[in-house]
Write a protein that binds this ligand. Structure first.
Ligand code: SAH
Length: 321
């Protein structure tokens, strides 16, 4: 899909539905129609030839001007670029502080940034008070590697190691809102990643089980959740495409990785009255599906196009490369 969000100073218009996407100038989901996949350049970012995002990894001052080293998150291609007019000093400082080890001139005010992120979510149509409150309470910056911490409250996915990403806050909020949790549910998440979405779920439900196939990520997520004293969130290592039979049934199931189609064990482990959210499709295109089990029968709603990493496993995709 080659449709792009187009750049207009600080605003972008989704060419699919025309909605203005303002603010940080970076999105991979239009908040209105969820049209995805294009990731437009953030001030300071570039797109590599492979289509991957070239994020700034270092900055230096030379002959009175800033130069930024960009590295593609996908293919590793590196290039020094002159700082563009749109590159904010704050961003350059953040990059410099994180990658070059220089002290930041001012302590980043994460609380203020988190509040701004929540205001942005509201602007994009997230209205569920409990969901917004969860986003206010969970410190996203503590779930991402230190070098990308200055970017933690931007509405963008970030690398968390091993080729995986923490999802964009907007899409997480959208999915949590669609689950319509009341607080007494037992929830299964597939794809713990950083543990951030599981932490949010921990604020919205009674008990959360999250499964991650990569043990190193699961360990990091568990450590962060323990440090933050999330006592109702449990991290499991394994193939989440098989669900988690030992703790079934679940009132809600949510997947952070895209399956070819809904894995049969997830439906089997979904309780009566339960809601199941998953991205279905491949890297060429996915749609967010909401499955409901009501009065003994299953129904499916399509919530729009999205872009997630693949679900690798028995009922998912086979790992390539
Ligand atoms: N919810 C996460 C986002 C993680 S991205 C967060 O808030 O940070 C999706 C994750 O799904 C990746 O960490 C990936 O390793 C994991 N994953 C992919 N296939 C999986 C499978 N079969 N079982 C469990 N986790 C899987």
């Amino acid at each position: 899909m080659s449709t792009r969000f187009q750049r207009r100073q600080e605003d972008f218009a989704c060419t699919h539905c025309g909605t203005q996407v303002g603010g940080d100038g970076y999105t991979n989901h239009c908040p209105a129609c969820l049209h995805s996949q294009h990731v437009d350049v953030h001030p300071g970012d570039r797109l590599a030839e492979c289509g991957g995002l070239m994020a700034p990894v270092a900055v230096e001052q030379k002959d009175g001007e800033y130069r930024i080293l960009h590295r593609c998150e996908r293919c590793g291609h590196q290039k020094w670029n002159r700082a563009a007019a749109g590159d904010s000093f704050e961003r350059l400082l953040a990059v410099a502080a994180s990658r070059l080890g220089r002290a930041m001139q001012a302590e980043p005010d994460f609380d203020r940034r988190r509040a701004a992120m929540v205001a942005g979510l509201q602007e994009f149509g997230i209205h569920d008070d409990a969901v917004l409150q969860a986003f206010r309470e969970v410190p996203r910056h503590l779930f991402v590697p230190e070098d990308v911490r200055p970017l933690a409250y931007e509405n963008r996915p970030l690398p968390i190691g091993l080729g995986q990403t923490i999802s964009q806050p907007f899409i997480v909020a959208f999915m949590l809102q669609a689950l319509e949790l009341r607080g007494d549910e037992k929830v299964l998440e597939i794809g713990a990643g950083s543990g951030y979405a599981a932490a949010l779920l921990g604020r919205l439900a009674a008990e959360v089980h999250t499964v991650e196939r990569l043990a190193e990520l699961a360990d990091n997520a568990r450590r962060t959740l323990e440090e933050l004293e999330f006592r109702n969130v449990f991290v499991h290592v394994g193939d989440g495409s098989e669900g988690l039979a030992s703790h079934a049934p679940f009132d809600a199931i949510i997947s952070a990785a895209a399956a070819p189609t809904v894995p049969e064990p997830w439906l089997a482990q979904l309780a009566e009255g339960g809601r199941l959210l998953l991205p279905a499709g491949d890297e060429g295109g996915q749609e967010l599906q909401l499955w409901l089990r009501q009065d003994g029968s299953l129904s499916r709603r399509r919530l729009g196009p999205v872009a997630f990493v693949p679900l690798i496993g028995k009922y998912g995709w086979v790992q390539s490369g």
